[in-house]
Design a protein around this ligand. Structure first.
Ligand code: TMP
Length: 212
């Protein structure tokens, strides 16, 4: 594989999508080609899956939810992530396998071995080169969300979100060589600096340019 695969993870309200947009603009400004995708909804087929997962008024069983996230991911790996990595590009994915372990595993209490097996199947065991965990305390993250715009997952109880965050921290502890933990409660410019600092381990141009 010639490219670089970087994933962003974190609980609700951590601001990772906003930070990725800022980073992307900077990378474009300094002439570094990259691709941005997201789980769920990174492909045309994945968009309606995302709508079902986030906005469905119907009740969705935990197992159905898990399988929909994995179906979306299998398509994203096949259609976007792998071809771009094979072409030597840097690919950023906003959420990936660790979201499923944190949300469906720790949050919904689904079997972690089953999730691991489905993650491996959906991705053909493609692991990120680096995963940045945008960490924020659950109530602080939830307080940042727009009061009128809560989706199906965001509406879950605080306890669910606390389990998700604990799951992420456990994952990061177990794989310190892949994870970098960023303090997402800091001011926006400081988060962007931390983000670039971590990425500069893989993209040296970010070290020289790093200043917000
Ligand atoms: P986001 O793209 O705005 O972060 O929304 C995606 C939502 O889906 C978020 O609440 C996390 C959740 N999610 C899971 O529960 N499992 C998964 O595998 C993924 C990728 C996301």
């Amino acid at each position: 594989m010639k490219g670089l695969f970087i994933t962003l993870e974190g609980p609700e309200g951590a601001g990772k999508s906003t930070q990725l947009k800022l980073l992307s603009k900077h990378l474009t400004d300094i002439g570094i080609e990259h691709v941005i995708t997201r789980d769920p909804g990174g492909t045309p087929l994945g968009k309606p899956i995302r709508r079902i997962l986030l906005n469905s008024e119907e009740s969705i069983s935990p197992l159905t939810e898990l399988l929909l996230y994995e179906a979306d991911r299998a398509q994203n790996v096949f259609e976007v992530i792998l071809p771009n990595l094979e072409a030597g590009r840097i690919v950023f994915c906003d959420r990936y396998i660790d979201s499923t372990i944190a949300y469906q595993g720790y949050g919904r209490n689904l079997d972690l071995d089953l999730i691991q097996m489905l993650n491996d199947t959906a991705t053909n065991k493609l692991k990120p080169d680096m995963t940045i965990l945008f960490d924020i305390e659950s109530s602080a993250g939830l307080a940042r969300l727009h009061p009128s715009g809560h989706d199906r997952l965001e509406k879950e109880a605080l306890e669910f979100h606390q389990k998700v965050r604990a799951g992420y921290l456990e994952l990061a502890k177990n794989e310190p060589e892949r994870f970098r933990i960023l303090d997402a409660s800091a001011a926006m410019s400081s988060v962007q600096d931390q983000f670039r600092q971590f990425l500069s381990e893989l993209i040296p141009a970010l070290k020289i340019q790093s200043a917000c």
